[in-house]
Write a protein that binds this ligand. Structure first.
Ligand SMILES: C[S@@+](CC[C@H](N)C(=O)[O-])C[C@H]1O[C@@H](n2cnc3c(N)ncnc32)[C@H](O)[C@@H]1O
Length: 469
């Protein structure tokens, strides 16, 4: 299978290490702390031979669900056609192996997955894992996809050199830290229509807390308040959109998420000079504590709900061409993406039922695996719990994901002296819906409500349900 890793030992020196289940895919990992414990990451990447982070299991689960939906709905190809997928920074190739093992066989047979990593030891583990725990796919040879074994080809090298070798239809970019060193070349190595999944773990830069890194990597600044998670997703989307535009590609966000220590955005990129030229229509600024004139700009450009109130508001998104002047100092985040964070149809499919069906162990379907690896019932239950946790709150937000405004309830409550505590976001969303507005408890990391209700309606409703003097 694949080109032999140039320096990788086969099998790897410490093989088989310890057995771990990521989703419902077995993976042998090095025998080190943090490699086979749910929710814990490795102590330090320097101490382990292959980077494996169990805390990213949820991210991989969502990636299985997204690729499955893409195949079922034929976003990128004609029905039934093969799809060229690149796991760009693959490490142990657990993400590739999960796609091939957990997506239903009929769709998974269409995958032509290439896993690339610079690290030969990581690839030796990837190869040994794929051979020891192969996906249940046919082993037929595909002349158009040489050197693969059951849908997976493993290549060693620098992603930035290898990504230009093919027109990829799906690229996963999962770096240590920022994705910025890779984005420019990755966006040149795509097919005309392609999905790109980008992870960034430099959340302090994206949120604006690490101001120097934000300026250097993304050309942005940001105010660090309870809107920082929404801001971080928008900063990353804005950056991806602007790099894509340089290569005549327009992006459409499928899904964005801020999950604990990382931000991940999934986009479709389409080659179109015309659409790419208008990318700035979705780029703008967030003004914190805006004046009524600033709110009026957002309202006029469809980025903020119109209302009757002149009372202070939390923030407003405004377009790029209403560029900030000096008076904005300390009150501005951006440039950032002001368009939708994702597609309702994608969030709606991120249900616990689907995550458990595809990504958790089932005694009947996976009976042979459970028996062969002597997997205890508690591990089966854990896999079901973790699969459901990976998508918690996402389907609920589908109906409102296109809306620009989210209201962190602690910030709302702090603006008014008569409101002595934050309202429950679930109750606030319910009350707003009863009044005919679109509203849902948001999925950002602080309690918040995403809604199209105007500010006066939000505040009146908060006063009805929150503790007041
Ligand atoms: C965060 S890990 C990837 C984790 C993996 N995607 C997963 O889900 O387990 C980042 C990987 O990128 C690899 N890497 C770093 N720079 C690279 C480069 N320029 N080209 C290819 N691989 C690189 C590292 O060896 C490391 O294995």
């Amino acid at each position: 299978m694949g080109e032999a890793p140039e320096t990788g030992h086969s099998p790897p020196l410490d093989w088989p290490g310890r057995l771990w289940l990521d989703g419902r895919t077995p993976v042998q990992v090095g025998d080190f702390t943090g490699q086979a414990e749910a929710g814990r990451g490795p102590m330090s990447k320097a101490e382990i031979p292959v980077f494996h982070n169990p805390a990213m299991t949820g991210s991989r689960t969502r990636s299985v669900l997204l690729l499955d939906q893409c195949l079922r709905e034929d976003w990128l190809t004609k029905p039934g056609a093969k799809i060229r997928v690149l796991d760009g920074l693959a490490a142990s190739a657990i993400r590739s192996r999960r796609w091939l093992s957990e997506i239903p066989t009929e769709s998974a047979e269409r995958l032509r997955v290439t896993a690339i990593d610079a690290d030969a030891t990581a690839l030796a583990w990837a190869r040994a894992n794929h051979q020891s725990h192969p996906p249940g796919l046919s082993d037929e040879v595909d002349a158009e996809f040489p050197m693969h074994e059951r849908g997976l080809r493993i290549l060693q090298g620098d992603l930035r050199a290898r990504v230009l070798e093919a027109g990829w239809q799906w690229v996963d970019l999962d770096p240590f830290g920022p994705p910025t060193p890779f984005l420019d070349t990755v966006l040149q190595g795509l097919a005309r229509v392609a999905v790109v999944d980008v992870t960034a773990t430099d959340t302090a830069a994206l949120c604006g807390a690490a101001a120097d890194s934000a300026r250097r990597r993304y050309g942005t600044m940001a105010v660090v308040d309870d809107l920082r998670h929404d801001t971080a997703m928008r900063v990353l989307l804005g950056h991806v959109a602007s790099v894509a535009a340089r290569h005549d590609r327009a992006i459409e966000p499928l899904m964005a998420i801020f999950d604990d220590h990382h931000v991940r955005v999934s986009i479709i990129a389409r080659k179109s000079k015309q659409e790419a030229s208008s990318f700035a229509e979705n780029i703008g600024w967030r003004i914190h504590n805006p004046s009524s004139d600033e709110v009026a700009i957002g309202v006029a450009r469809g980025l903020h709900p119109a209302g009757e109130s002149d009372e202070p508001q939390l923030s407003v998104l405004i377009p790029w061409d209403t560029a900030p002047g000096n008076s904005f100092t300390g009150r501005i985040s951006g440039p950032l993406w002001t368009g939708p964070l994702g597609k309702p149809e994608v969030y709606a499919e991120m249900t616990a039922e689907r995550a458990v069906e595809l990504c958790a162990l089932d005694d009947k379907r996976d009976g042979d695996l459970v028996k062969r690896l002597e997997i205890p019932d508690s591990t089966i239950r854990d896999s079901q719990r973790l699969a459901a946790k990976a998508v918690r709150g996402l389907a609920e937000v589908a109906e409102v994901i296109d809306l620009p405004c989210t209201y962190p309830v602690d910030m709302v409550a702090s603006l008014y002296s008569d409101i002595t505590g934050p309202p429950s976001p679930t109750t606030l969303a319910e009350k707003l819906r009863e009044k005919g507005w679109r509203a849902a408890k948001d999925f950002i990391a602080v309690p918040a409500v995403r809604t199209n209700a105007p500010w006066d309606v939000v505040i009146a409703t908060v006063r009805e349900i929150a503790p007041t003097k």
